[in-house]
Design a binder for this molecule. Sequence first.
Ligand SMILES: [Zn+2]
Length: 326
Amino acid sequence: MRQLSVAQACYIGGSQMQEVGKRHFSSNVYLLMDSGECALIDAGGGQVSVSRLQRRMSADGLRLRWIILTHYHYDHVRNAQSIQNEFPAAETVCHRRDAPFIRRPSCILDGTFTNRWLGGSLHETFRQMNRCIGEYEEYRRQFIEIYQSAAVDWVICRPTPLRLGNLWLHLLPTPGHSPGSLSIWVPEHRLVFCGDLPLWCGPAQPHPFGNYRRWRESLHQIRGLQPACLAWGHSVPTEGTDRCRRLIDRVLDHARSMTQNLVRCLDRRGRTVSELAPAVADERMLQSPGQRRLIEDSVHSMLHWLKDEGKATCRTGYSAVQWFAE
Ligand SMILES: [Zn+2]
């Protein structure tokens, strides 16, 4: 565990939470401590070292008070239930919009539910991205294999303070990467835990699961806090006020140029999401299937934002769904 310089907080890198030989990907997991209490921020997706957490807590005489889940993605949540089983006194908190996907992950595959909850379905998203039925079935199969449900004790839907020892943690709704993404702001240390919000130059999730406008607003909100440490879901935390601001500015600038390039590429001939991807990312990134997926997912979110702005429209041709300039 690596100590953060700004607070009694530990950063447990994603890879350290992974069991050797297992392919499940893990987010970072953070342990924030104050006056004998601690909060776990995200639960990770690899094999969690519950015994390591227990050792740390008994060595320091700590009580696990909160398990705060920044969003529903499996690499942040998969271990939540096993940690809850070991620490039954801890209470689990998330945002209301993500809560159904944590309590019963399979409801994300239920189009009737997601149409009501988010205004769209995964099936329709795959159709708009011209991903074939085989890809949808493979996604379904992997989803059922890797997602695990967890109990949630509290849901929040507006900025909410939480007490941890003598510290106040401010839970802030920062949607965009997911409908109910949460950030945790600790003003006393100018420290913010922001999940996957600055993960990539866009929501990295397709509409309606990701939302480009909200993602941008959330990043502006985090920037306005002037954090001295940005502890995010992957990679090492960013420390230093200037470095945090520069990181957010770089991400926002890149996203803005991506949307400008999309507008330039849209015309009356019509293009698919995968034909538009090279307009916003270099060839090297597109060669990796994982990166290409993130890019196409962000492009899909951005196209829906352009549609709302009256600059793009989507039509189904003979064999493909294409996007046109409005
Ligand atoms: Zn995520």
